[in-house]
Structure formats: structure tokens, C-alpha cells
Design a protein around this ligand. Structure first.
Ligand code: ADP
Ligand code: CP
Length: 311
């Protein structure tokens, strides 16, 4: 059965933590990731793709920082737009080349997507979103002291800069996505979307933040009325007691079971927790959420791989 599927791809799939941030490395990763997405298309499903941008937006911000004495630094929301354009370009080109090779007729369109947030969101008081490259503890302390950055540990992988990550509320371009989806692979809300707020007079304004792409993926799935919300990452499943001797793979869990694991603190805030929370919210609507590895996406849609969260 053909399903309408929203795919959320992690920013780390585009640039792995230990890889150099060259264009070639990122494009090769995008080529591999999009090849897997084409398999979903070949299986007859309609897909909307969203993606992370943590490593990329962090690097663009760092480029601005390094060059600030000669070129004016740009606000974070503009850096978000830049990362959306850069990743969207790589994905659209890679998808078109794969489709061409496989002789599949489908268009591909990247939407520059603004996502509305509440300018009074508590997240602005408490930066939690890790972006950019990883540092050791000593380097992180230096950056806090010298640049006033907020730094934090990211899921045991080292220290990264933390920026506010408000809740996405309204995804722009939803009607356009719905009208395109039958014949087009749409890429939307990249990097969680360009964060904007609407002031009382109705005017849109950019705001300094990076939205979590799993939270935006959830909103996108709800607003485009997807059948499945799929978060593609670098682990095959969600586990309880992850990394311990008694770790246990989860294949299908209910919303109640997932909430119980969250309350036990099974999932770290910087990595698996936002995915599980987004999966729970989507599953509450009676639709299906899947967290799986990119390599097993087609099997996961058939119920043969990954972790499914259902009502
Ligand atoms: N309970 C868990 N089950 C599975 N993976 C977990 C768990 N807790 C933490 N992780 C980590 O979460 C990571 C995926 O989150 P993240 O790196 O933010 O993904 P992405 O960049 O793909 O969105 C995995 O690589 C894994 O190391
Ligand atoms: N914006 C965002 O959530 O990016 P990552 O997936 O790279 O963290």
C-alpha cells in the first residue's frame, strides 16, 4: 500500500562527528543517504524529506565568527537559511541523479521553509540544542570564558555549543507540499526550518535559534497529514539500557510503554529523547512513528526492522 511518509534525516548522517567538513565528504554522505530514500520511492511510497543541520549550521556560524573582523557576521536564522540551501541543493541534485539512473519519473523540489515559533518560548532562556564541531572539556570552558558561548556535553561524544531550540508551531508551505506530493519528492523544513516569529501586527521576523528537526518533522507530518513519520538515524533501533550489558532492542512499543521509558530516564536529552517524544506525539494521532537506521528504511516500513511506536 502506498503511504505518505515524512522522512527526517539526522544532520550527523550528512557529516559524521569525526569527518572533515569538506563539501566532498558531505556530498558523498548525501549521495548514500538519498540512494536509500529512492528505495522507499521505488517501493511506491510518497515522500517528504526533512533533515538536520547541527554540524552544518555550527560550521557556518564558526565561519562568520572567524571572519568577523573583515565581513559582518550574519544572524543565526540567516545561517539556518544558508544551511537549508546548501543541504537542499546537495539532496536535490543527488536525488535527481539517482532517479535518472534508476529511470524513475519523479520531480524533486526543495522548499526554503520558515517555521513559526513563539518569541516568548522558555527555550530562549535555556539553550539546549547542540550545534557545530565537538570540543573537549578544557576547550569548552575556554569558549565559555572567552566568547560567552553556552557549552554542553552531547550524548557522551564531547562538548558542543548550545543554542535555544524553541518549539515549532507553524510550518510554511504545507499547502504547496500537499499539491506537489503525488509527483514530486519534496524537501522541506531543513535544519528544523528557519525560525521566525509573528509579531502582534502580523509581521514575520527571524529569531536566533536552531529548531530541532525531529520536532519540526513531527509538525510537518501532522500538517501534511502523513501516514508515517520516520526518523532515520545511525542506530537500527531504540534500546532500553542503551550501551549497558543488559541493553534491549525495542521493536514495537505503545505510547504508554514509550512514556514509561521516558519517565525512567532511558533516553538522553541531546539525542534519543527528542526523537522518542516526537514519535509519541505523532503516534497519539493514531498514525505510526518509526525510528530506524537509514539502511533499513524500506524493511522498517514493512514492519520488519526498526522501532515502531503505535497508539
Ligand atoms: N536508548 C537509546 N537507543 C538508541 N540510541 C540511543 C539511545 N540513547 C542514545 N542513543 C544515541 O542516539 C543517537 C541518535 O541521535 P542523534 O545523534 O541526535 O541522531 P541524528 O543526528 O541521526 O538525528 C545514536 O547514535 C545513539 O548513540
Ligand atoms: N536542526 C537539527 O535538529 O539538526 P541535527 O539533527 O543535526 O541536530
Amino acid at each position: 500500500m502506498s503511504k505518505r511518509v515524512v522522512l527526517a534525516l539526522g544532520g550527523n548522517a550528512i557529516l559524521q562527528p569525526k569527518q572533515e567538513a569538506t563539501y566532498e565528504n558531505q556530498f558523498n554522505n548525501v549521495m548514500s543517504a538519498t540512494k536509500k530514500m529512492i528505495e522507499i520511492k521505488e517501493a511506491g511510497h510518497k515522500i517528504v524529506i526533512t533533515h538536520g543541520n547541527g554540524p552544518q549550521v555550527g560550521n557556518i556560524i564558526a565561519q562568520n565568527e572567524f571572519a568577523k573582523d573583515s565581513v559582518h557576521p550574519l544572524p543565526i536564522y540567516v545561517c539556518n537559511a544558508e544551511s537549508q540551501g546548501m543541504i537542499g541543493y546537495m539532496m536535490e541534485m543527488a536525488l535527481k541523479n539517482h532517479l535518472n539512473k534508476a529511470n524513475i519519473k519523479s520531480n524533486v523540489s526543495t522548499l526554503l521553509t520558515m517555521v513559526e515559533v513563539d518569541k516568548d518560548d522558555q527555550a530562549f532562556e535555556n539553550p539546549t540544542k547542540p550545534i557545530g564541531v565537538f570540543f573537549d572539556e578544557e576547550e569548552a570552558k575556554k569558549l565559555e570564558a572567552e566568547k560567552g558561548f553556552v557549552m554542553g556535553e552531547d550524548a557522551g561524544r564531547g562538548y558542543r555549543r548550545l543554542v535555544p531550540s524553541p518549539e515549532p508551531l507553524v510550518i510554511h508551505g504545507v499547502e504547496e507540499i500537499k499539491s506537489l506530493i503525488d509527483n514530486t519528492i519534496v524537501i522541506s523544513s531543513g535544519g528544523g526550518g528557519i525560525p521566525v516569529y509573528r509579531s502582534e501586527d502580523g509581521e514575520l521576523n527571524g529569531v536566533e535559534a536552531v529548531i530541532d528537526k525531529d520536532r519540526s518533522g513531527l509538525k510537518l507530518s501532522e500538517q501534511v497529514e502523513a501516514d508515517v513519520f520516520m526518523m532515520l538515524t545511525d542506530v537500527s533501533n531504540v534500546y532500553i539500557n542503551f550501551g549497558k550489558e543488559n541493553e534491549q532492542k525495542l521493536e514495537q512499543i505503545t505510547v504508554e510503554e514509550a512514556e514509561q521509558y521516558v519517565s525512567e530516564g532511558q533516553f538522553p536529552a541531546g539525542s534519543m529523547l527528542p526523537k522518542i517524544q516526537a514519535a509519541i506525539e505523532f503516534a497519539k494521532t493514531g498514525k505510526e512513528s518509526i525510528i530506524c537506521s537509514l539502511n533499513e528504511a524500506v524493511d522498517a516500513l514493512d514492519g520488519k526492522a526498526g522501532t515502531r511506536i503505535v497508539k
